[in-house]
Design a protein around this ligand. Structure first.
Ligand SMILES: *Cc1c(COP(=O)(O)O)cnc(C)c1O
Length: 419
């Protein structure tokens, strides 16, 4: 009986013949057909015909080949969403990346016609913007902190405010990174308040402290109705020997870590063996330099996506939300505008929110909201939404106006899709 049933499944050859031209390399398709046949046999689904098996094999390969690293429309209302890649880059940074993708003078001095310095390219910009004697770029701020402490403060004491001993995501904790350097951590202050006098009381002969700004920036958050976040130049002017900060937080550039400060200290970082392991790649350098140029040229707040998002006025967000909601409703996706509070994210001004507006999808309350959110995540580009009052809502704070139409069209297609 069982053997009879088994015989009813088509052979691999029969499936391959039935499939015809699949567009896949033959060996990959054949392997998938074997898997599907084995599964069908195991699960007792013995009535499938050759066409069905071929389709299932094709779907299996397609699902396996799908990229998991995909474009996302960030409708979460969090401008610097670490899980969504933090700062989106400016157009000039994007073209700098594609230019640098080929042969590029990353370690070549074109004027002299000989080997050059990778670390020289961003130096002049960093000196000018930070008012520092010198600066150096590494892979991310955690790397900058590790390098600075290892090179300058190993076996010495590092004074850190308790409020800065945070987990930065993925289970990685700043205190663990600090300890890796061999420096001894001296915690001062409390988790929500640390004063200059706390630092003053802790400073002694074995102090080798540095200043970790985290979300360093060259622009003033106070211009956008937010509290003032200390700028890099202010930290340098206050007398810090080395200031470290991220490239992809409020700076609005690529993932990078920057260290600026006294020439001798930066020279020590540059010469440290760890530098070779932490150095930035040419694409990062190109994007970072293009981003720094926008600050130099006074164009950062109009051209950097992060600042455009932070500067978006609630009345403009409301008007855009109404337009998107109308477009959705007219296409059979009931939607209405709701007021929300958005955040900067990325550990920047963590207590602060800004007024924002979102498009709430009307028919998606409760468990329907979860399946609607899942539908949106499967869309191309994927849409990551937020849940507001039990409804799926598309917050416009972290969406650029030029993407509103794409957001609306993608939402309509995802919500109207069968299945
Ligand atoms: C975000 C942050 C870091 C880590 O920066 P990365 O660029 O993500 O490595 C370190 N210190 C502080 C205070 C931060 O906010």
């Amino acid at each position: 009986m069982k053997t009879d049933a088994r015989r009813r499944l088509p052979s691999v050859d029969a499936v391959v013949r039935a499939a015809g031209e699949t567009g896949l390399p033959r060996a990959r398709f054949v392997a998938a057909v074997r898997e599907v046949l084995a599964d069908a046999r195991k699960e007792g689904r013995l009535a499938s015909d050759a066409d069905q098996i071929a389709r299932a094999a094709h779907d299996r390969v397609a699902a396996r080949d799908e990229r998991t690293l995909r474009r996302v429309l960030n409708a979460t209302g969090v401008v610097l969403q670490t899980n969504l890649g933090r700062a989106p880059l400016a157009p000039s940074a994007l073209s700098a990346i594609s230019e640098a993708a080929g042969a590029v003078s990353v370690e070549y001095d074109l004027a002299a016609g000989k080997r050059g310095e990778r670390h020289g390219h961003a130096g002049a910009l960093l000196r000018e913007l930070a008012g520092a004697e010198d600066g150096v770029v590494v892979n991310n701020n955690a790397a900058a902190v590790l390098l600075a402490l290892t090179a300058l403060a190993a076996r010495r004491e590092v004074i850190v405010a308790r409020g800065e001993l945070v987990e930065i995501g993925g289970g990685f904790r700043i205190p663990d990174v600090l300890r890796r350097s061999g420096a001894k951590l001296i915690e001062v202050g409390t988790t929500n308040r640390t004063y200059v006098k706390d630092f003053a009381a802790a400073i002694g002969r074995s102090t080798g402290a540095i200043h970790d700004l985290g979300s360093g920036t060259f622009a003033d958050t106070a211009r956008h109705g937010l509290p003032h976040e200390e700028t890099v130049a202010e930290a340098v002017a206050a007398g810090a020997d080395v200031v470290t900060f991220s490239g992809d937080k409020l700076l609005g550039g690529p993932q990078a870590g920057l260290a600026v400060g006294r020439a001798a200290a930066i020279a020590t970082l540059r010469a440290h063996p760890l530098m070779r392991a932490l150095r930035p790649d040419k694409l990062t350098l190109a994007a970072l330099i293009a981003t720094l140029e926008l600050y130099r040229d006074g164009r950062a707040e109009t051209e950097l996506p992060v600042w455009r998002m932070i500067a978006a006025r609630p009345t403009d967000l409301a008007r855009r939300a109404r337009a998107v909601a109308l477009r959705l409703s007219a296409s059979g996706v009931p939607a209405e505008v709701v007021e929300t509070r958005s955040t900067i994210g990325g550990g920047s001004l963590p207590e602060e929110t800004q007024p924002s507006h979102a498009v709430a999808l009307g028919a998606t309350a409760g468990s329907a909201a979860l399946s609607a959110a899942a539908r949106l995540r499967r869309a191309r580009p994927a849409i990551v939404a937020r849940i507001v009052d039990d409804h799926v809502a598309l917050d416009l704070r972290a969406i650029l106006p030029e993407d509103d139409e794409l957001l609306a069209a993608t939402t309509i297609a995802a919500m109207n899709e069968k299945g």
